[in-house]
Design a protein around this ligand. Sequence first.
Ligand SMILES: *Cc1c(COP(=O)(O)O)cnc(C)c1O
Length: 397
Amino acid sequence: MSDRFRQRLERNLAEREANALYRRRRIVDSAPGPRIRIDGRDVLAFCSNDYLGIANDPRLVEAQCKAARQYGAGSGASHLVTGHLSIHHELEERLAAFTGRDRALLFSTGYMANLGIGSALAKRGDHVFEDRLNHASLLDAGLASGAKFMRYAHAQAGELERHLIARDSGAALVMTDGVFSMDGDIAPLDELAKVCRKKNACLVVDDAHGLGVIGKNGGGSVEHFELGQDDVPVLMGTLGKAFGSFGAFVAGSDTLIESLINTARTYIYTTALPAAVAGASLAALKIIESEPERREQLRQLVTHFRQGAISIGLELMDSFTPIQPIVVGNARDALRYSDTLLEKGILVTAIRPPTVPEGTARLRITFSASHTQADVDRLLNTLSEISQGNGQDEQAS
Ligand SMILES: *Cc1c(COP(=O)(O)O)cnc(C)c1O
């Protein structure tokens, strides 16, 4: 590496360290679940996106093994060459039916699905409008599309409408998280859909954290608001969160899907998912459709947590999903809070800028259907101990 690059990288890392923004990985030596072994210690974890608690379900694991035995370990090629296996196709058809859309198309990751949507739909001269708190992959999709890019204030459909009115003749794409990944609140999709329809814009909803979790049948934020394909023409879902598997899909009209197949570069120029992964996702979909009690369990845990947290004086966000953040403020305090929890055997990772806005570093607590009420009580007791400890420190100083 040239001196110039080496010095730049070293300076950047040192700056991150000095600002409590350095990121480090921890090594997990167990299957996903509420109890994991991390860096050699057993902890009760509240930070995975395995909301339904099925990432280690024997039915998913068995389906994965079975698909690997039938189709092999790797798909061998991209979907447009020889990688599009019958098990992928079956999964796409089942996902289309599940979401009530005409068709669905598998992508290797949600990140790639979003980039694919942005590049296939928005062109130079068009406009992309995004919620300020959108996931990084949606923001990158808008930026990489080459269209004029603008962010609107979080969940403000009225502001979006003013931007749509003020735009020039270019086509407009509006992109939003369904459930906001770091805040847990739900986008006002009913209002956004109405504004988009009125102002002739196309609404894209990324429901990575809603699908499987909210809506009566687990249909996510679009089911919650009862919005069909006409209201939300482009629906993106991921399979690595509530589905407990891996991958993502886009659902919508035949024209949308054929366009993505023909022009989305992140679809065309990459190897198709292994069959085993599609097999696990199919098993997950069956569980999502047939075991609504997992969503009910989540609802009860969230209610229990919120009641308990309020009674010990914690400030919560406006979220009724399994994402229940506690905003701490600066990155150093968030790290310290997370470290203190870990000393007491509880893992909640600190989320710092630029993942969240400056000054809003937080503990992102998430629940899974495989947590018990006793697990939540243990979390609450520990949080209470820590906040009392902090109070004493403040009095002493
Ligand atoms: C996780 C996530 C993604 C990315 O999905 P992957 O399949 O993990 O790449 C996209 N959007 C949102 C809102 C997410 O939370």
